[in-house]
Ligand binder design. Structure first.
Ligand code: HAM
Length: 430
């Protein structure tokens, strides 16, 4: 008899790894609590129509990746490929908008997509997500909601101990902007579509925006030359985006405006975003580097038959958080506490004396060489140590050293007698 195994793209989660999963979920719940989110649990399967109308017929998710089945005598059902459509269905079904309040709902649970499995991409995967939704009178369209969600995510990733993430944001505009852009895109695609893959050829006609999701390497130069969505946005959408950015600036959350970020689901309007993580040691996510994604969906409720209920939300890939944390802790364990970078050969003796002292305090230290340029020292240090300690003649004279933490990017001035304690504390916090 053949041995039965977990189905391709699914896997068992076993101890001790499950402890990390529980830790991530407990941390997320703690953060959600602080921001006044309550938990929602929706069914794992829904009517197929919900995803066709909500996520969009022409998206990869709906057109290729859904697990759909029709039990005898019943309508077509689908294992949820994502949770936003289900949450908005529940919002409508339970008339949650009648309260006149913003609904702030979070969920943790499995989702199902028939994608080609690889590291960080599974057919049953887990999302930790949240949605902020309500009638416009409750302030659901405010750019401050977008910025608050993004600031919460930055805090959550930091609290989980994930360092080195990058926030990419964009605006895909209002429904009107999208219609305008679709026309521009359709016209731009007409002459080039015959040279693109068959999916793009079809989408150029049926849903041009989805051409931008294409992953075929040969199509990328054509896609890169297409008009930008930003040029089709009206003043209202541009102001909304600017307001999100200035609120992020006010709380020190760094971001990059990524013009091509349209995200592969049809319901998005205005703000879209992803938090990505590029692993320096390449032990983590590889090409599946989106830790989470989300955006605003001001027309979704109406698209599935509900009242006007603008909203914004996100979903984090829990599997990817686990992989990232595991890779980071493995990497951290293999790194020295500090790389000492003498600036110029004259500081070499002082650098050796400093290394001796720190090693005497039980710290693992790598010592560079004064003939290296600063850039080379940074590159070397980043590969083998958690921090770099810069030792120039000024530092030797003043006894105040500059320490940069590679994971957080934070640079700190530390008096020499306190350096060992400082480096020991970074060992435990990273
Ligand atoms: P999504 O970008 O399709 O958005 O998925 C969100 C995150 O789920 C991704 O960034 C990734 O981390 C994870 N993910 C997606 N597919 C897989 C997979 N096959 N294996 C492992 N992880 C995966 C949504 O699902 C939207 N519902 C997010 C949202 C909420 N937008 C507004 N509200």
């Amino acid at each position: 008899m053949s041995i039965l195994q977990a189905v391709r793209g699914t896997r068992d989660l076993l101890p001790p790894e499950t402890a990390l999963w529980n830790h991530i979920e407990a941390t997320a719940r703690r953060v959600f609590e602080r921001y006044s989110f309550g938990e929602i649990r929706t069914p794992v399967f829904e009517e197929t129509q919900l995803f066709a109308r909500g996520v969009g017929e022409e998206t990869d998710i709906v057109s290729k990746e859904m697990y759909t089945f029709t039990p005898t005598g019943e309508q077509s059902l689908t294992l949820r490929p994502e949770n936003t459509a289900g949450v908005v269905r529940a919002y409508i079904e339970h008339q949650m908008g009648e309260t006149g309040q913003l609904q702030k709902l979070y969920y943790i649970g499995p989702q199902f997509r028939r994608e080609r499995p690889q590291r960080g991409r599974y057919r049953q995967f887990y999302q930790i997500g949240a949605e902020v939704i309500g009638p416009p009178s409750a302030g659901s369209e405010s750019p401050l909601r977008d910025a608050e969600v993004l600031e919460m995510l930055a805090s959550m990733l930091n609290e989980l101990g994930i360092h080195g993430w990058k926030l990419l944001i964009n605006s895909v505009g209002s429904a009107n902007d999208r219609t305008r852009y679709t026309q521009v895109l359709r016209a731009a695609l007409e002459p080039v579509a015959p040279r693109m893959c068959t999916d793009c050829q079809r989408r150029a006609v049926t849903n041009p925006l989805r051409v931008l999701d294409c992953k075929h390497p040969e199509d990328q130069p054509i896609i890169a030359a297409l008009p930008r969505i930003w040029d089709s946005l009206d003043e209202g959408s541009k102001e909304h985006f600017a307001a999100v950015c200035s609120a992020l600036d006010a709380c020190g959350v760094a971001y990059t405006h990524e013009h091509r970020l349209v995200r592969g689901l049809d319901y998005y309007t205005r703000t879209t975003f992803e938090f990505v993580y590029d692993d320096p040691s390449e032990g983590g996510l590889g090409s599946q580097n989106a830790l989470l994604g989300g955006g605003r969906y001001d027309g979704l409720s109406e698209a599935i038959g509900g009242p006007k209920a603008p909203g914004i939300g996100f979903a984090m890939g829990e599997d990817r958080l686990v992989l990232t944390l595991e890779a980071q802790s493995k990497r951290a364990a293999s790194l020295a506490a500090a790389y000492i970078a003498p600036l110029g050969d004259r500081t070499n003796p002082a650098a050796l004396a400093l290394a001796k002292d720190l090693r005497g305090n039980g710290l693992r230290i790598e010592l560079g060489d004064g003939s290296f340029r600063l850039k080379k020292s940074f590159e070397m240090g980043n590969k083998i140590a958690r921090t770099i300690v810069i030792l120039g003649e000024d530092e030797v004279a003043s006894g105040i050293l500059t320490v940069k933490n590679f994971a957080t990017g934070v640079q700190t001035k530390v008096p020499r007698p306190e350096l060992a304690a400082f480096l020991t504390s970074t060992e435990t916090s990273n």
